[in-house]
Write a protein that binds this ligand. Sequence first.
Ligand SMILES: C[S@@+](CC[C@H](N)C(=O)[O-])C[C@H]1O[C@@H](n2cnc3c(N)ncnc32)[C@H](O)[C@@H]1O
Length: 275
Amino acid sequence: MMSAGGDAAFRALLQQLGEAQDLRVDAYKDSCLRRRVAVRMRACGVHTYNDYARRIREDGDECDRFLAALTINVTKFYRNADMWDFVLGSVLPELLEARGNAIRCWSAGCASGEEAYTLAVLLLEGAGRTRMDPLHGPCIDATDLDPRSLQTAADARYPEEAFGEMPRTLVARYFPPEGREHDVRAVAGEVRELVRFQRHDLTREPPIDPPYDLILFRNVVIYFQRVMQERIFATMAHALNPGGTLVLGKVETLFGSACDLLRKRNVRERVYRRP
Ligand SMILES: C[S@@+](CC[C@H](N)C(=O)[O-])C[C@H]1O[C@@H](n2cnc3c(N)ncnc32)[C@H](O)[C@@H]1O
C-alpha cells in the first residue's frame, strides 16, 4: 500500500486542522488522530496527507466532517445501568439530602444529551422519593465540543432504540411517544427544564459554572493524551464541592494529583468522592 506521507506532512495537516477548527489537536492521542484522518481520507478518496490538506483548503465543510469523525459521540439513555442504579440508590439521596434544590451537576462531554437527560430523570425521581419540593431551574450543565451533537440534544427527540437500557417505567413516565409511527420519543418539559446545554472545550476552557456536587465525565478522557487526562482530572476534582462525586466511564481510572483530593467510593462503577 502506498504511504500517506511522512510524519512532517501529518503534523502539518494536524496544525492546519487545529487552526481551522480552533481545536487543540495535540490534546488527543496520536493513534486516535491517525485513525480519524485515515477514515476521512478514505471517504474523500485521497491517498496522501498533502492531498487531504489541499482538500481541506478547497472544501470548507471537510473540516467539520473531520471534527465530527474525531468526536465519537456514541451514547445512550441509562448507559451502563449498574452505574445509574448506584447513582440513584446511593449518590443522589445523599446529595439531595445535603443540597436539596441547590444541587449542581455537570455532564462533561454530554454528546447528544442522553446522559444529561438521564440524570435529570433520576433527580426528579430522587427528589420525589425524599418528598422534596420540585426542583427549580436548570441544575445540570451539559457541555460538549461538537455543535451537531448539541443541536440533537436541544431538539430533545430520540428514536426508540436510544432507550434500550433505561427501565421501561422511566421511559413511559418521562418520554412520551411522538410521530405517526410512535417511533420517536420527546423529552418531557420537566426533564428539559433541568438541563442547560453549552458548547465547551474540555482541553482549553475552565468548567463553566463550578462548584458542582456531581460531575459525570464518562467515555471522553480515553481519547486524550495522558498529560491532558491528568490535567482535566485535576480540574474536575477542584470543581467539586466537598461531599461531591465524580463518575468516570467503565474503563477509565483516576490518576495524578486528583487522587490527593478524591477518595474511591465505588471502584467497579468508577465513582469518586471529595471528602
Ligand atoms: C463517547 S461520547 C460520551 C458521551 C457520554 N458522556 C456517555 O458516556 O454516554 C464522547 C464525547 O466527548 C466529546 N468530546 C471530545 N473532545 C472533547 C473536548 N475537547 N471537549 C468537550 N467534549 C469533547 C465528543 O464530542 C463526544 O460527544
